[in-house]
Design a protein around this ligand. Structure first.
Ligand code: DGY
Length: 320
């Protein structure tokens, strides 16, 4: 009997697929650091029974139309804005993502970005690298306090809640805005639900953890940055396209808001000449929210578990 053919869109460690080689025929794109070219992906999709893909791959109608055998797309991310989910479901294709296993890791990075931005850690390191340190001075690289300030979390899903737990440890007041109320977070973390405008006008830190959808596309626009305090710090660890980057750039350049920490951008990867990278009051990271060795391994294992479940007629652990 022929084994199901699974195409993996990056080079991943052999140890991860080894437990499954009896069951599946695997092929991987040969590079770990570069996405598979679109034409190769489309060719592979024509004969794939399953795809294990990254957020860099667009699993759209064009691809689904030429993939008659496809039964599962296992996305190595919790976000799935790269996938035409409804189209896939109409064709009976299972889509899975990787929630839970990356929650705490992504919350760590989000909080690290908040701290790095508030306390100007990257600027301070660069200051020494550039050999500029001559004297101690009272306001040398003075940043913003984090403890006992107000954090406003936009998107109180699992990661939002994990960020709120960290904020609680810093004695912060926690506001959140979400499609629905999060009663447990209100009880356990003393998080307070706020409407969007109230959150924007009262938070010292506005943290976006909202999934990208047609409703959240460019949610953070000029009007939104206008409403924030001039001392506010904006953190985005969700998707770049939730932000109007030109509006953010203007708000940062004119000190309409104080600083920003960004792990995600509208078009990734960005280059060193991107306008936001030129600003001293902005910390930019290359989309590394869930990037620890353990978590990336857990995410890959979860993708393969999901694929194995579907082909043995069982429910995958984390379907959409
Ligand atoms: C996700 O899982 O959606 C992250 O952005 C990938 O690190």
């Amino acid at each position: 009997m022929t084994k199901p053919y699974i195409y993996i869109t990056r080079k991943i460690p052999d140890e991860i697929i080894n437990p499954y080689v009896e069951q599946f025929d695997f092929k991987m794109w040969e590079k770990a650091d570069e996405p598979v070219p679109r034409d190769i992906l489309l060719e592979e999709a024509k004969r794939a029974d399953g795809l294990l893909c990254m957020l860099s791959e667009n699993i759209d109608k064009e691809l689904l139309n030429i993939a008659p055998q496809l039964k599962i797309v296992a996305n190595l991310a919790v976000g799935y804005d790269n996938i035409a989910v409804d189209e896939a479901k109409e064709r009976g294709i299972t889509i899975t993502n990787t929630p839970d296993v990356l929650t705490e890791t992504t919350a760590d990075l989000t909080f690290a970005l908040l701290m790095a931005t508030a306390r100007r850690i990257v600027e301070a390191d660069t200051y020494i690298q550039k050999d500029l340190w001559r004297n101690w001075a009272p306001y040398l690289l003075a940043g913003s306090d984090i403890h006992h300030k107000t954090i406003g979390i936009v998107g109180m899903g699992r990661i939002g809640e994990a960020v709120a737990r960290r904020a609680k440890g810093f004695g912060m007041s926690i506001l959140y805005h979400n499609r629905s109320r999060h009663v447990e977070a209100e009880k356990e973390l003393q998080a307070t639900y706020a409407d969007f405008k109230e959150l924007l006008t009262t938070s010292d830190f506005v943290v976006s953890l909202i999934p990208l959808s047609k409703d959240t596309n460019q949610l953070f626009d000029r009007d939104v940055f206008d409403k924030m305090k001039s001392s506010a710090i904006f953190i985005n660890a969700s998707r770049g396209a939730t932000v109007d980057e030109e509006a953010l750039y203007d708000a940062l350049r004119t000190n309409q808001i104080k600083a920003a920490g960004l792990d995600v951008f509208t078009e990734e990867p960005i280059r060193a000449n991107h306008p936001l990278v030129q600003l001293d009051n902005t910390v930019c990271l290359p989309h590394i929210g869930s990037a620890t060795e353990q978590t990336r391994t857990d995410m890959l294992n979860l993708c393969l578990d999901n694929i194995a479940a579907v082909f043995s007629g069982n429910a995958p652990k984390t379907p959409l």
